[in-house]
Structures are given as C-alpha cells and as structure tokens.
Unconditional design. Structure first.
Length: 271
C-alpha cells in the first residue's frame, strides 16, 4: 500500500505545545508550534501532550496510550517536546505533589493546594541557595533516561526514524519565584544524550528567550505567545526536513510504503 508523501510528526509534549498567549488551545489550533511545523512540511501532526508533563509522562503515554500506537506505522519523525517541566523547581517531591489532586475531601484538597501554591515561590528561592540549585521536578539523569527509553522503543519499531528533542525553555514565572536553577544542568544532560544517539536538538531557549524574558509571552511567564510558537515551529520544520532528506533522499518526491509494526504496548516494552 502506497501512502501520500505528506510528512506526519508524532509530538510528545508538555503544555508549551498547546498553550498560547492567553490560554490552552485545542490540539488542532493552527498557531501552536506543532501545527506550524506540520503546515511548513505540508503534512500533519499527532500531538499527545499534557499540562506539566515531564519525560516520564511522555514514556507513560508512549507505552499506555493507544492513540500513540495507532500513529506509529505512519509517522515520519518523532519529536520529544518534553524536558522543560522536568527542570522546574519542585520544593515538594513530585510523587507527593502529584497526589494533591486526589486528596479527599475537596476542602482538604483545596487547602493543601492553595497552601502549596502560596509557599512554592519562596520555597523555590530558598532551595535555590542549596548546592545544585535545589530539587527539580525530575533530575536530569532521569529525564535523559526516559528520553532514551522513548527513542529506543520507537526506533526499535521504526529503525532510522528521525528523532528531535527540545532543550528546556526559559521562564519568568512568579509561581516559581523566578527560579530556574536546574535548567542549565538539564540542557547539558540533554545535549550529551542527544549527541550520543544521533538525536537532533531543537534549541527552544535560544529561539524564545527574548520573547519570554521580555514579557511578550503568556502573562504567566511560562508559556509562549504566537511569535515564539511560529519561530519554534518553523525551526522544527527545517530540522525535520533536513533529516527526512537525509534518510529518504527528497521530502517532496519520496513515496513510502505503509510500514507494518507492532504496537508499543505494555506487553512489548518495559513499564
């Protein structure tokens, strides 16, 4: 079976993939960076993302979400748009923080959540004075471990598939007290891992730093405006276009047969 020569991207992302200058947007919004990249390639995107997702969440989606399995035979590139949230300050251990939404009764949940949000900025600043800058949502060694699991699992099913990873973005979010002490270590670890495994790197912080730190993004100080989405999407498209040309010869003229692969479900990969 011959399928059209339209590129299909699988993007595993965090909220930066779908939050605009005012709010979260639908996955098919034409101005979010995954859709900008797909449009520039004349193709489409399968976006699987969530608020606060780390590399661990991406691995969980890859191994537990049947939408990802269904997309696997027809994707032309994997984009690991996670890792930025991993580097954010996390004064409370992530495993405990993620239990707040399931606390009962609702009144207790609300008090705990509100108390944590009030304390998080000054706790982040206090912990930033510690060696290494204090705890983060996911340490760099675990971030790259989960990124590598994702890469290895997908390329085991689709050998030679181009993989692009995003470097952790910058922020000026008051909710974290303006602290981002863990970002540099996360970027170093991601670059070392990517270089070791032939993964292309999307340098998001360079593309969006002036936009975000200059106050032109979302008022929350974390998410991006459309200017940054456009720059990231267009740059990603160039990276993917180059990789597809390298792998397949010519993006515009290639004809690929439908690839038959097994779904990377819980039975076929380590949880």
């Amino acid at each position: 079976m011959i399928r059209p020569s339209r590129s299909t991207l699988l993007v595993l992302g965090d909220s930066l993939a779908f939050h605009g200058p005012e709010r979260a947007e639908p996955a098919d919004h034409p101005r979010i960076w995954p859709q900008v990249a797909a449009a520039a390639l004349g193709g489409r995107v399968e976006l699987v993302a969530g608020i606060g997702w780390t590399a661990r969440h991406a691995w969980h989606a890859l191994t537990h979400d049947p939408r990802v399995w269904a997309a696997m035979p027809r994707i032309d590139a994997l984009v690991l748009g996670v890792g930025g949230m991993d580097a954010l300050p996390s004064p409370l251990p992530t495993s405990l923080r993620e239990l707040i939404p399931v606390l009962r009764p609702a009144s207790v949940r609300a008090r705990v959540r509100d108390g944590y949000l009030r304390a998080q900025p000054w706790l982040s600043r206090a912990f930033a004075a510690l060696p290494g800058g204090g705890p983060v949502a996911l340490p760099p060694r675990l971030t790259v471990s989960y990124l590598e699991r994702c890469r290895a699992a997908v390329t085991a099913l689709r050998p030679g598939l181009p993989v692009v990873a995003m470097l952790p973005s910058v922020h000026r979010a008051a909710v974290y007290g303006g602290v981002h002490a863990g970002r540099a270590a996360a970027e170093r670890a991601t670059r070392i891992w990517a270089d070791a495994h032939g993964v292309r790197v999307l340098d998001a912080p360079t593309l969006v730093a002036g936009h975000v730190l200059g106050g032109r993004g979302n008022p929350d100080g974390m998410h991006w405006g459309w200017e940054a989405h456009r720059r990231v999407g267009e740059t990603l498209a160039e990276l993917v276009r180059g990789e597809l040309a390298r792998v397949h010869g010519s993006v515009g003229s290639r004809e690929l047969g439908e690839t038959v692969v097994g779904a990377p479900g819980p039975a076929s990969v380590e949880a």
